[in-house]
Design a protein around this ligand. Structure first.
Ligand SMILES: [Zn+2]
Length: 141
């Protein structure tokens, strides 16, 4: 292998490692950590989930929560969306540990998070975009 080839190969391997690294950085452990930070920041640490994890079997909901078990699940579809959107969904599920349902008390809790409206708009946009008819490919006349 020439020096130039070797350098190119090292570059390729480093890129691969970096790609793996960036995928790994937001796993269940980081999600759990993030939930604790958000609970601290917005709910005075009152929401204390026992488990927070990503799930791939949730395609119609962004997140879900089982208060009796203290478990929170986030759809893997959120991965790759802006951080403030993931934070909003996490906070939403954390809030359900304190208030079930979506009554005024629930939304009052979420008002503490300044990007609630923006995040909801983003998610509505994603759903709306998925429902749009596919643009037909241009036809060659
Ligand atoms: Zn909800």
């Amino acid at each position: 292998m020439s020096e130039a080839e070797e350098q190119r190969w090292v570059g390729v391997m480093l890129d691969k490692l970096a790609a793996q690294e960036s995928k790994r950085t937001f796993g269940d452990a980081e999600l759990t950590e993030r939930a604790a930070q958000l609970s601290e920041q917005y709910f005075d640490g009152r929401a204390r989930p026992r488990t927070v994890r990503w799930v791939t079997n949730q395609n119609t909901r962004w997140g879900s929560c089982t208060p009796a078990e203290g478990s929170i699940r986030l759809s893997h579809r959120l991965q790759g969306m802006p951080e403030y959107v993931v934070d909003y969904v996490l906070l939403h599920e954390l809030a359900h540990l304190l208030v079930p349902g979506h009554g005024p008390r629930f939304w009052e809790l979420l008002e503490a998070y300044p990007r609630t409206e923006r995040a909801r708009g983003y998610l509505e946009g994603v759903v709306a975009a998925e429902r749009l008819p596919k643009v037909p490919a241009a036809r060659e006349e």
